[in-house]
Design a protein around this ligand. Structure first.
Ligand code: SAH
Length: 248
């Protein structure tokens, strides 16, 4: 779908474009952004606001507290940012959305990029979700004050999987949530610290023993903390036609 050298590109629609790149401009994501390995564009929804005050929100129909982002304003912002032939998925950060998973992150990062709408206040007028086919995505079962931090989270998770962004490719495939397990524990110098030693197997030089120990630790930690991941992997293998990737 993408041209051979078109980099993965995120377009963010927000009332606070100054929140970007924010943390995405630092560390590995930031270096990769600076050398053009991926692209980021934050666009101000208020440019499409109504009237002299560039108003973007109004009171909820039916009454109640807070304000709702107008569908006409959001639609104008979306149409200006992503023409109809833009192949990128259009996401709306929302606590009502399908919870983000590593499998979904992997499939998004393998595509051309994302267009993300960040909500504020009580949220957005429901009609723009259907009218512009927005897919609601949640980053967890808690409520943030706006979609920006959620969008930064999603983009960060995608960008670190892009080819050449992370130093060691392997650290992208062995870690937590790849497969059904959480990662094993890490250690580094000093060998002894406050009476706690690095497990002897890790400093013994037997690579086979290290691999077995890591697998066993990974299983123990997953069983202890997240038995739901093991149950989910078993369900996916039992063949309902595929895992996370195909089930959306
Ligand atoms: N009244 C809404 C919450 C609005 S929070 C409700 O009860 O569902 C304001 C905005 O923050 C939302 O429109 C959304 O864009 C963002 N947001 C809040 N929590 C989020 C979450 N868990 N995941 C993704 N986005 C979230």
């Amino acid at each position: 779908m993408t041209a051979p050298f078109a980099p993965w590109r995120a377009t963010i629609l927000t009332l606070y474009p100054e929140m970007f790149p924010g943390p995405l401009g630092l560390s590995l994501a930031g270096t990769a952004l600076a050398r053009g390995a991926w692209g980021l564009e934050a666009r101000d929804i208020r440019e499409h606001g109504i009237g002299r005050h560039r108003s973007v929100d109004d009171t909820p129909a039916g009454g109640g507290a807070g304000m709702v982002l107008r569908c006409d304003v959001l639609a104008a912002a979306i149409d200006a940012a992503a023409p109809v032939n833009d192949p990128r998925p259009r996401l709306l950060m929302s606590p009502r959305g399908k919870p983000l998973t590593q499998a979904r992150v992997r499939s998004l990062s393998a595509g051309p990029g994302v267009m993300i709408v960040c909500g504020r206040f009580e949220g957005v007028d429901e009609r723009v979700i259907a009218g512009r086919t927005l897919e609601e995505v949640s980053i967890g079962d808690y409520v943030l004050s706006g979609g920006e931090i959620a969008a930064i989270t999603l983009v960060d998770a995608c960008v670190r999987l892009l080819p050449g962004v992370m130093g060691h490719a392997a650290s992208g495939t062995e870690e937590s949530f790849e497969g059904a397990s959480l990662e094993y524990p890490h250690y580094t110098r000093p060998r002894d610290w406050e009476g706690r030693a690095i497990p002897a197997v890790l400093t013994g030089g037997d690579h086979g023993a290290v691999a077995r120990w890591r697998r066993a630790e990974s299983e123990r930690i997953t069983l202890e903390r997240r038995p739901d991941l093991i149950a989910r992997a078993a369900r996916d293998e039992d063949g309902d036609g595929g895992g996370e990737e195909t089930r959306r």
